[in-house]
Design a protein around this ligand. Structure first.
Ligand SMILES: Nc1c(C(=O)O)ncn1[C@@H]1O[C@H](COP(=O)(O)O)[C@@H](O)[C@H]1O
Length: 162
């Protein structure tokens, strides 16, 4: 069994339908990961513990998704040097712009690599994690290159009628 190098964390169970998109990409590329509900607001002790132990447990990337006042990715970035990829989850009230602004505007010193709002952002977070891991894993690098090539090949040259 491959070592778990990626943690997918989210502020709530309600984020899972979005964050599943990151997990699906990691599944497609054969990357082991763990999933946890961790909230800066609701489970601050859990966040602290996760951040404190992440590097020693061998995590190389943390994908963190949250919606609304989305402090989770930034707080996690403040607690661990493991790179944090943030996914702004789409919200009903403000369409996820609230999540995006909460995640993207980090102060100098504690970066979060912020993805697009919603499903595209979650999938891209998986791909970003894969790209980071592929730097030290040539088999994965090949799988990622193949995945990218297959995607390009699936795009028709001309638009089709439905
Ligand atoms: N933004 C955060 C954090 C956090 O940043 O710590 N914890 C929960 N939440 C968000 O609250 C939204 C609503 O959560 P509920 O559906 O559980 O009420 C979710 O999108 C979650 O990410």
């Amino acid at each position: 069994m491959a070592e778990t190098r990626v943690g997918i964390i989210m502020g709530s169970q309600s984020d899972w339908p979005t964050m599943k998109g990151a997990a699906e990409i990691l599944d497609e590329l054969g990357i082991a990961y763990e999933t946890r509900i961790v909230s800066a607001h609701r489970t601050p002790d859990r966040l602290w513990e996760y951040g404190k132990t992440a590097a020693d447990r061998g995590l190389h990337v943390i994908i963190a998704g949250a919606g609304g006042a989305a402090h989770l990715p930034g707080m996690m970035a403040s607690k661990t040097r493991v790179p944090v990829v943030g996914v702004p989850v789409q919200t009903r009230a403000l369409s996820g712009v609230d999540s995006l602004y909460s995640i993207v505007q980090m102060p100098k010193g504690f970066p979060v690599a912020t993805m697009a709002i919603g499903a595209a952002g979650a999938a891209n977070a998986g791909l970003m994690a894969a790209g980071i891991l592929a730097l030290q894993d040539s088999d994965l690098a090949q799988r990622l290159d193949d995945w990218r090539e297959a995607l390009s090949a699936s795009i028709p040259e001309e638009p089709q009628d439905d």
